[in-house]
Design a protein around this ligand. Structure first.
Ligand SMILES: C[S@@+](CC[C@H](N)C(=O)[O-])C[C@H]1O[C@@H](n2cnc3c(N)ncnc32)[C@H](O)[C@@H]1O
Length: 240
């Protein structure tokens, strides 16, 4: 089910947008979440570690500047992490961070589309995606791809700013993002407008869980990190 926002945002436009924001992406992310995004990723991975103690191959979809990939490599010391993203400029920053963290040998970042993954069938033990799904042109296609590349019983961990249930919370989130973008985004304010409207155009967490169920995933855990982030942990069904 394509989202209303993504129908208008082609892959080259998406790549252009994230190329323009790439230089300030981490800084603005921290400002918008008041630093909580780092905590959300860590807490979500700890949840994953409880059900998947030693994954060997982890796939990070829409890895961006590799924050989730780096946190995963640190938490799972015997795992190799492959990060895939549409935007080379985001990956370039990610590669510097990976080298700085001394994780070159365990994290590989490559350009690719989450809806058409280049990985082999059942080649990953776990898949991650932080703040990526709302940018994908076809979320169901991305879920089908994750189901294809995950080994039976593998887990998918999703962190996302889904459309909030409460209109009031939605309006507050939108206002907050507008203010932070106004203060910190400088010349790329317009692009941050997209990030805000992409939340308004996103499905709810309930709708996403239903879509994942139709693609062969069972939702095993679900959390809400205040003020706006949902964490969904899925298990790929044994019989597809
Ligand atoms: C909001 S950023 C999230 C980055 C990172 N996961 C994080 O936690 O900060 C969204 C990322 O999705 C990527 N993206 C958008 N569409 C994509 C697609 N179809 N396939 C792969 N990556 C995509 C963008 O290039 C961007 O880096």
């Amino acid at each position: 089910m394509p989202s209303p926002v993504d129908i208008q945002t082609s892959a080259p436009e998406m790549r252009g947008l994230f190329t323009r924001v790439s230089g300030g992406y981490d800084r603005l992310n921290r400002a918008m979440s008041l630093g909580l995004d780092v905590l959300w990723r860590r807490r979500a991975l700890v949840r994953l570690a409880r059900v998947a103690s030693s994954p060997r191959c982890i796939l990070d979809l829409a890895t961006g500047t590799a924050d989730f990939a780096i946190a995963a490599a640190r938490l799972f010391p015997s795992a190799c992490v492959k990060g895939v993203d549409l935007t080379p400029a985001m990956l370039e920053i990610g590669r510097h961070k990976v080298s700085y963290a001394g994780l070159d040998g365990r994290i590989e970042l490559e350009e690719g589309d989450a809806c058409v993954l280049g990985c082999g069938n059942a080649s990953a033990d776990a898949a991650l995606c932080a703040f990526g799904f709302r940018n994908f042109p076809d979320r169901a296609a991305a879920l089908r791809e994750v189901a294809r590349v995950l080994a039976p019983g593998g887990h998918l961990l999703v962190l996302e700013l889904f459309r909030p249930r409460s209109r009031c919370l939605g309006a507050l989130t939108s206002l907050w993002m507008k203010c932070v973008a106004f203060l910190f985004a400088g010349g790329v304010r317009g692009d941050y407008g997209y990030l805000r409207t992409s939340i308004e155009g996103m499905c709810s967490a309930d709708e996403f869980v239903r879509m994942a169920a139709e693609t062969g995933f069972s939702c095993c855990e679900r959390f809400f990190y205040l003020p706006a982030c949902s964490c969904l942990l899925f298990r790929k069904n044994m019989i597809q």
